[in-house]
Design a protein around this ligand. Structure first.
Ligand code: APR
Length: 310
């Protein structure tokens, strides 16, 4: 029996996420968007790639939520994306309304699903989806850390001319300017990165990671990144469905872990068939702890703005 995955928002991130999941073949996929006929067109195009890819999974597009009923995982990418000069936070109130209404529709029809939130500003959107869905915290999780970490890892691999698979790194905290790359836990082939790259150069790479989303926005001009975000989203979906229990940096609801309370923040988690199965506590330096706390404070500010506008 195949799994059922719904992807809401059939734009750049949603459609590429649906494609990546569909091509794996383990899940039937439902792609939903408010734009008439567009998700149907993209889903049909993907379905017609099946014989070439060699997948017998089904994929359909819809403008209604009824087809999403009883999904195992729902990925929410609906909303507006950044344009040059905008920060993720500029999307807050528009995407809050969109993510709120989508979550309501989904929660009614798939009460046992695990929600993977992708819309930005990520940490605030996942907190909002958690509140609106009424789901347990284990079943509402946000995609950001894998993407930030992948950017960091790819820059480090290019710098040192080594395989990306040999670079292990964690980027924690909010998905924004306050993200916290853990230099002490970053290594290349087991060797600490700080003994391979000089501090000032490492700082430049960290800054490029922080600005990674904006760098793509300024190049694309009409939208934001989607290949790497969809790869990260699909990895989360697969770790859940196949109960892989991968340890991945994701936005999870914290109740005291890392000294953060009642707030979503990017931390390493174990992701399996129950959703967030464990929050992994890594030792932080004092500087990293302060940076993570500051990052949580900026997410809290967004939550307060949302509460005032609810
Ligand atoms: N219900 C369903 N779909 C919606 C709704 C809604 N209420 N409102 C908007 N959408 C759809 C749009 O019609 C569009 O097709 O969401 C899609 C968003 O797609 P894009 O504009 O291509 O944006 P994308 O690059 O996919 O980014 C989506 O993910 O990474 C984040 O910051 C990004 O918040 C943004 C989201």
């Amino acid at each position: 029996m195949k799994f059922k995955v719904s992807v809401v928002g059939a734009g750049n991130v949603g459609a590429t996420t649906a494609q990546r999941i569909y091509e794996k073949g383990h899940s039937d996929v439902v792609l939903v968007d408010i734009v008439e006929d567009m998700p149907q067109g993209k889903a049909l195009d993907l379905l017609e790639s099946g014989p070439v890819i060699g997948t017998d999974a089904k994929i359909i597009g819809s403008n209604s939520y009824d087809e999403t009923s009883n999904s195992d995982v729902v990925v929410i990418t609906a909303g507006i994306a950044r344009k040059p000069g905008m920060s993720r936070d500029d999307l807050l109130l528009t995407n809050m309304k969109i993510v709120g209404s989508v979550t309501e529709e989904i929660a009614k029809r798939s009460p046992n699903a695990i929600l993977v939130i992708v819309s930005n500003p990520l940490d605030a959107m996942v907190q909002h989806a958690y509140k609106i869905s009424g789901f347990p915290k284990e079943r509402v999780v946000g995609m950001a850390g894998i993407l930030d970490t992948a950017r960091f890892r790819s820059f480090l691999a290019a710098e040192l001319n080594v395989s990306v698979t040999n670079v292990s790194a964690y980027v924690l905290g909010g998905h924004g300017d306050s993200m916290v790359p853990l230099i002490g836990s970053t290594s290349v082939g087991g060797v600490p990165v700080s003994s391979l790259i000089k501090p000032h150069r490492l700082e430049e790479i960290v800054q490029r990671t922080r600005d990674g989303g904006a760098e793509i926005v300024s190049l694309l001009k009409t939208g934001s990144a989607y290949y790497a975000p969809s790869a990260a989203s699909a990895q989360m979906v697969e770790s859940i469905l196949l109960d892989k229990k991968e340890i991945l940096p994701c936005a999870a609801y914290l109740e005291g872990e890392y000294g953060i309370n009642n707030l979503y923040a990017g931390v390493p988690i174990k992701l399996g068939s129950s959703g967030v199965e464990e929050i992994i506590q890594v030792d932080l330096t004092e500087e990293e702890s302060i940076a993570l706390k500051n990052s949580a404070d900026s997410v809290q500010e967004l939550i307060e703005i949302m509460e005032k506008n609810a």
